[in-house]
Design a protein around this ligand. Structure first.
Ligand code: FE2
Length: 358
């Protein structure tokens, strides 16, 4: 039977220096630190910091030994997402189902019992070198085994939950991974965009979104399409050496306040092309938010049949042009900002050209 994915339990990043990365995510995005695992708590191989804002849990992990496979992972890919972990009813059943459907096993189900209770975890591999852990909490009271409470209060910026997580896969691999998500995790095809939707004069991509039945988990999958110059998806794959997580979209109920706070914290967003606000209102019509304020904060707007959305994208958060974060507020719209793709991709291409990758 297809596993029931209850929620995204956490997203784990492999980073070169988790102590500094956790400071960045706390100071820039307003996360609280809630837990820690490392040599001081009896884990001599790795240090991990757990950050939380609303229902978003991030884990930042750094390997402490040269012979840890995670050190090789970092050398190949640089800082990035290494695990999108799900909470499930039954980790052994979820793992068995996925493996029977063709997934590669990374860890079979293993039960841990400690002072915080009993917990069972397992893991499979998805695209690139990214894992999906399955976490069966029962009534487990801690974050995960080995973690201790270490609280540092952040200044929240209004981020509430993960809206979607985007993967970039290699040319002609998208349909394969769409099928893989259906077969192994029961995430069905939600919506597709072809290269006519997402192309500029130079470069293009195709995207298909897979989602859970209640759409609480949404994973768009991108692949590069042929254009006159290099697709931004190909640039990512070249920098990451393989497929990987391109961006995490974090939801807010008040994007004006969230973007104002993030800008004040020094978060670096993609610039909005000149002239964007001269044309956008004809396309999207009335919105509840103040138009002048939207323009001041350089936020993007899009509309579909069911409503509108406001969104903005950071520049890559590390020196390789790989992972970034999107901030999104949905006002009825369940789509992904198709109307902004063209305007935005021209900006991305300018940045690619500056990096010498176009
Ligand atoms: Fe997105």
């Amino acid at each position: 039977m297809t596993p029931v994915l209850k929620r995204i339990h956490h997203v784990e990043f492999a980073v070169g220096n988790a102590k500094q990365a956790s400071y960045f995510y706390r100071q820039a995005f307003g996360f609280d630190q809630i837990a820690y695992r490392g040599p001081e708590t009896g884990c001599r191989e790795r240090a991990s910091y757990v950050l939380r804002q609303g229902d978003i849990f991030l884990v930042l992990t750094t390997p402490l030994r040269h012979d840890d496979p995670l050190s090789v992972w970092l050398m190949l890919h640089g800082d990035g997402v290494c695990d999108m972990a799900f909470e499930v009813e039954d980790a052994a059943a979820a793992h068995a189902h996925a493996v029977a459907a063709g997934a590669v096993s990374l860890r079979p189900a293993e039960k841990t019992v400690d002072a915080a209770g009993e917990i069972t975890t397992a893991a499979i591999r998805t695209y690139g070198e990214v894992a999906h852990s399955f976490i069966q909490r029962g009534g487990y009271r801690g974050f995960l085994p080995g973690f201790e409470k270490r609280e540092i209060k952040g200044k929240p910026t209004g981020l509430t939950c993960i809206d979607h997580i985007v993967g970039n896969v290699a040319d002609r691999q998208m349909d394969r991974w769409v099928r893989w998500y259906d077969d192994t995790l029961g995430l069905g095809r939600f919506v597709s965009y072809d290269d006519k939707d997402i192309s500029t004069e130079y470069s293009a991509l195709r995207s298909t979104v897979v989602a859970s039945a209640d759409r609480s988990i949404k994973f768009p999958l991108n692949e590069p399409a042929d254009g006159r110059k290099k697709s931004q998806i190909q640039e990512y794959i070249d920098a990451n050496l393989t497929a990987g997580v391109q961006h995490l979209a974090l939801k807010t109920d008040d994007i004006l306040a969230t973007i104002a706070a993030l800008r004040a914290n020094g978060v670096d967003f993609l610039p909005v092309p000149a002239g964007y606000y001269d044309r956008v209102w004809d396309r999207v019509g009335d919105v509840a938010e103040d138009r002048e304020r939207i323009k001041e904060l350089r936020i993007l707007i899009d509309r579909d049949d069911s409503g509108y959305l406001l969104q903005l994208f950071t520049r890559p958060l590390q020196d390789r042009p790989t992972f970034f974060i999107e901030i999104i507020q949905r006002c009825g719209s369940e789509s992904f900002g198709k109307g902004n793709f063209k305007a935005l991709f021209e900006t991305i291409e300018q940045e690619q050209a500056l990096r010498g990758n176009l």
